[in-house]
Ligand binder design. Structure first.
Ligand code: AMP
Length: 409
């Protein structure tokens, strides 16, 4: 069965089409970008790696999805998208407290997704729009929502509550939600599978280090804490996001420096992190500059690494020890240098890295006698979305099968 995965943003839609029958094969992937702008374009890549990019008139998300369906048609497996796609999986950033797992979309779910816009005013509306258009343009094709937050709904109150008046949580939902859930869930399962151990038996810390960065602690197979919070701004130092700062800093920026709330929002989300510290957001460039003696780049790396170390230390304490530490995403998968630096202080835990294996990017790169296993696992959020979609869509022969109830029911 073919499953289409969509990740709809405010000005782009990423897509991947999987054949879930034949070894979860990726058939085509691509991107409709700069939607609503003059220089919008469509990019696609087949399973052989052959790429195609062309200018396309994409005034809105509807036109972008139409263009994507054209690409699917021209790629062969889907003569007629509405009949050849068994289901569409949508990445939805925020599921609030309503969704602890992926869900088959119906009118009730749509109503709840619209209520949740309050919590994710930038991220959820494009996903909702993508779902609405698919429901309209592909009648009869089931849609599934997969949430970045769902994995972390297992966090206990001591991890998700802030030290703020409780009414802010009760009345406005101000609490820690956590994000990157599909990535953490995928790499945690893959790591356990690789080790031949049940995830439930492992104390595991997963480090998603990409443009966005977050760390999750797994106990008995469940997320018990994660570094992102009410929004994806909390926690680690990221490409352009600050991560943790004293909450008095934004107040100072507003009251003493006269910045507007929007300016502070921009500063914390788009001008801070690695970019704020050294002017670059791309870790490859920063590492190059640091090697050439650039002091700002060296400092940025030191701040980045130290923050990751602090979270690993905190989560080791929260878990009462750690069996496995996993690195994933652009930096985590590719930078042996950052992995090595991050793990340096954890010799006290009996953790020993095999330097050569780390350089080679081997999946397990700890020494055989290391007390903690350290791993690099390539993330695949789209595959998680495709799998969840496949598992939730109603079976054609018996529509009562494989249906999960929406919280609205
Ligand atoms: P992602 O958001 O997962 O695509 O990750 C993007 C980040 O990964 C950027 O900061 C890239 O510079 C970083 N990255 C990708 N490849 C490497 C590499 N070989 N070494 C260091 N950082 C890398």
């Amino acid at each position: 069965m073919n499953i289409l995965v969509l990740n709809s943003g405010s000005s782009s839609i990423k897509f991947q089409l999987f054949d879930m029958g034949a070894g979860e094969r990726l058939l085509v992937k691509g991107l409709a970008d700069k939607i609503g702008l003059e220089d919008s374009y469509l990019k696609s890549e087949g399973p052989d790696g052959a790429q195609n990019q062309r200018a396309a008139t994409l005034p809105d998300h509807r036109a972008a999805l139409q263009a994507i369906f054209e690409v699917l048609r021209s790629h062969g497996p889907t003569e007629n998208v509405a009949s050849d796609v068994g289901g569409v999986g949508h990445r939805v950033v925020h599921g609030g407290e309503k969704f602890g797992e992926s869900v088959l979309i119906d009118d009730g779910v749509m109503g709840i997704l619209r209520q949740l816009v309050e919590l994710a005013p930038l991220h959820n509306p494009p996903s909702i729009l993508g779902i609405e258009i698919c429901r309209e343009m592909l009648p009869g094709v089931p849609n599934v929502a997969v949430f970045d937050t769902a994995l972390h709904q297992t966090m206990p109150p001591k991890a998700y509550l802030y030290g703020l008046p409780l009414d802010l949580y009760r009345q406005h939902g101000i609490r820690r939600y956590g994000f990157h859930g599909t990535s953490h869930a995928y790499v945690a399962k893959e790591a356990a599978r690789h080790l031949g151990r049940p995830l439930e038996e492992l104390k595991m810390i997963t480090c998603h280090l990409g443009n966005g960065c977050s760390i999750t602690a797994f106990e008995r197979g469940r997320s018990i804490d994660t570094s992102m919070g009410f929004t994806p701004l909390e926690g680690l130092v990221m490409g352009t996001r600050s991560g943790d700062v004293d909450p008095a800093v934004p107040l100072f920026l507003v009251k003493d420096l006269g910045m507007s709330p929007d300016e502070v929002d921009d500063l914390l989300n788009k001008e801070s992190g690695l970019k704020g510290l050294c002017g670059e957001r791309d870790m490859r460039d920063i590492e190059t500059r640091a090697r050439q003696g650039g002091e700002a780049a060296q400092t940025a790396i030191a701040v980045f690494v130290y923050r990751v170390q602090k979270y690993i230390g905190a989560y080791t304490a929260a878990l009462g020890g750690v069996d496995v530490i996993v690195f994933t995403a652009g930096i985590g998968e590719n930078s042996a240098y950052i992995r090595g630096e991050v793990l340096r202080p954890f010799r006290y835990l009996g953790l020993r890295i095999d330097g050569a294996k780390n350089q080679e990017g081997q999946t397990v790169f700890s020494c055989p006698d290391s007390a903690v296993c350290v791993m690099t696992v390539r993330t695949n959020e789209e595959l998680v979305i495709a799998r969840d979609t496949c598992n939730l869509i109603p079976c054609k022969e018996d529509p009562t099968k494989r249906r999960t109830r929406s919280p609205a029911e």
